[in-house]
Write a protein that binds this ligand. Sequence first.
Ligand code: SF4
Length: 335
Amino acid sequence: MNLLDLTPTTAEQRVGELVKSGGFEKYRARQVFNWLWTNPIPAWDQATNLPRSLVTALDNHAPIARPFLAKRQDSSDGTIKFLWEFDAGAVESVFIPEGKRATLCISSQVGCAFGCVFCSTGTMGFGRNLAPWEITAQVRELHMLGIKPTNIVFMGMGEPLHNWSAVDTALTQLNAPGGFGIGARHITLSTVGLLPQLAEFAKRKEQFRLAISLHASNSATRQTLMPVERKYPLPELKKLLREFSRRTTLEYVMVSNVNDSDQDAEELSQFANDISAHVNLLPLHPGAGSGLKGSRHEKIDEFAKLLAGRGTPVSVRRSRGKDIDAACGQLAIKE
Ligand code: SF4
């Protein structure tokens, strides 16, 4: 049994059963449960408050699953990239400190099936889905290193909604009080817009944030950047987002002479205003995507002004970790 693959509520029940069947005192269940996510430990023999016989029972019936830290890269700007190796495949996470906020960008799949042309992970093709424990192990392992992210974004390798059932459980582990207890408003799921699964995500009651990888404001341009546009075109996406009653952010990578014209700004502004969304303008990360050139900084600022002038809330993001392979997929490909 892998307790870390379950929701905290189910894990607590299983721990209770295990403790009972072994003839241990009832209060031991809470002690065991606390070592899963609240005070994570690498192995049961580190559980200082448990009797030896219970440690052995846990080792036999519910060993703690862990990835191997294959590589760590520290950037001069504080960004840290981790490469985690699982039994089959490796994924990345990126830790991005910024003032009081410490964001961890996590992966949900090995590789990705969606082939967005500006994305390194897209060039890898699809490997496999991560299990819930493999998604949240990226947070658990950092806690054990003394690094506690305040915010989580599903913007690493993979399309989280393409692995919805595992991501669904992982969201609960991240948010639940018996899990990592990270507030829902501090957890953002970023997607290219898989409509059926997006509708499922919208049913969750917690106020998780949603980010849409938009990157174009009309279907023709979006098709050249993101093959998913053929299956789930922008007008249908917009219709669904209109019904989504939570704050949505539109992610927009600025690509020179592809999506950075005044006309693009006008269309993007219209799209965002129609669904009351915030726009994040992102520079194209060096090394991500082939044959594409990022828009100049001045161009990005002009574009932002055009959006703001039309009443669209907009932020311009900086590229972080330029001296390490911090763009999604770069390190995994290199390794
Ligand atoms: S941007 Fe996201 S969905 Fe697109 S290829 Fe990269 S990981 Fe996949």
